[in-house]
Design a binder for this molecule. Sequence first.
Ligand SMILES: [Zn+2]
Length: 209
Amino acid sequence: MLGDIFTEIKNRLPIEEVAERYGIHITKGKAICPFHEDSHPSMTFKHNRFRCWACGAGGSVIDFIMLLYGDTPMEAAIRLDNDFSLGLTAGGYTNKSLSERKRAALERQTNRNKVNAFEEWRECIIDKLSAHLRRLYRWRDVLTAWSGGLDFPPRLTEVVGEIPLVEYYLDILTFGAFPEQVEFYQIYGKEAERIARQYDFSGEKQLAG
Ligand SMILES: [Zn+2]
């Protein structure tokens, strides 16, 4: 019975002990209130309830935990049950509290979002680098067929020299294992973006000019 758990917890746990367990320092029955910017101890304890005379916060041990952690009543009960080893809640809850499981789920979601963002980046950079590489191949052909007369634009020669690098980047991004790709992103991500940007903004004209 849920009601029984709340009553049991309130009966078994002294509010002062709970407060101190979660970092509240009590002297002469008073404490600095954690629920507002308190400079003098405004919180008192009576009849196993807390009360802040400055901000008005007050209630039972359950209320205290709810305020402190933003827990639901059940989460607060489970937290207290776990932290004080009361053994009141059913097996599934005793090892991992609801809020812990919520946190774990949130973490998984965050990781999924990160992976999705990375995948988006990877596909986009592959597109850009591939387009850039096709253009570089064309320039290389021009360069190879160059019959002289005028000096070949030095910038273009330099850019054509980047072909092996771009091929290497694309190879990792296309065929690399996931951890390898993540490492690539961390180390060469910015450089790959810079190279890809050349295709976006510079164009042949500026490179040849
Ligand atoms: Zn207060």
